[in-house]
Design a protein around this ligand. Structure first.
Ligand SMILES: [Zn+2]
Ligand SMILES: [Zn+2]
Length: 207
């Protein structure tokens, strides 16, 4: 396995991954990804794309640098989305998002936006799907053009079943099989102390 480093743009924070090959790539239309990236941008982070690219990396972190500049944030206290909340680690200097944890990732993987945080990993995995497109319109950005499956929401079991019928998706969102060499992203989030709730209104555009 080849390691990878994920480093924020100001270079104060980085994590090194035991396995640097991305397992899965989505583009996500959800308002929460957009809002979280807009929040970062409003604090000096890189300007987000309307339909950001997400890569899922194996959650096995063998080195953490700059923990004192990392903070775990959630957008708001509770979410009507039955899938639960994402917790995002930001650099408190440059507001890059280092990684994102969500209960559905089962601690096997975490999410990274390579546009917003340098990722030296192997990101050659092709786009598998557009997801959460219920929140996305042509007012937000160009309509998707790649000929891959498109999913609107994870709210309905039928749609979840359809996305999990894609082998690479089922293989990514499942409990870990190999022993860890380091720690998971959720363990890193625990190490960072209490999660800060931003109290942002759901769907509110910040930039
Ligand atoms: Zn930084
Ligand atoms: Zn999203």
């Amino acid at each position: 396995m080849i390691t990878a480093v994920i480093e924020c743009t100001c270079t104060k924070c980085s994590i090194t991954l035991a396995d640097g090959k991305a397992k899965l790539k989505f583009q996500c239309g959800c308002e929460d990804c957009r809002q979280a990236l807009q929040y970062g941008h409003s604090h000096g982070g890189i300007k987000p794309d309307p339909l950001p690219e997400l890569f899922y990396m194996a959650s096995d972190i063998i080195e953490v640098r700059g923990k004192e500049s990392m903070k775990a944030l959630q957008l708001r206290d509770e979410d009507p989305d039955i899938l639960g909340m994402s917790t995002r680690i930001y650099c408190t200097e440059c507001y890059s998002i280092i990684g994102v944890d969500h209960p559905i990732y089962e601690d096997n993987v975490f999410l990274n936006f390579p546009k917003h945080c340098r990722n030296t990993g192997d990101l050659s995995v092709p786009l598998t799907a557009y997801v959460n497109m219920i929140d996305y319109t042509e007012k937000i950005g160009p309509l998707p053009t790649e000929d891959v499956p498109l999913f609107t929401t994870g709210r309905f079991q039928q749609e979840l079943d359809r996305i999990f019928s894609i082998p690479v998706v089922a293989d990514t969102f499942k409990p870990r099989e190999l022993p860890l060499e380091g720690i998971t992203l959720s363990q890193l989030i625990q190490d960072l102390g209490p999660v800060t709730l931003l109290g942002l209104e759901k769907g509110k555009v910040l930039i």
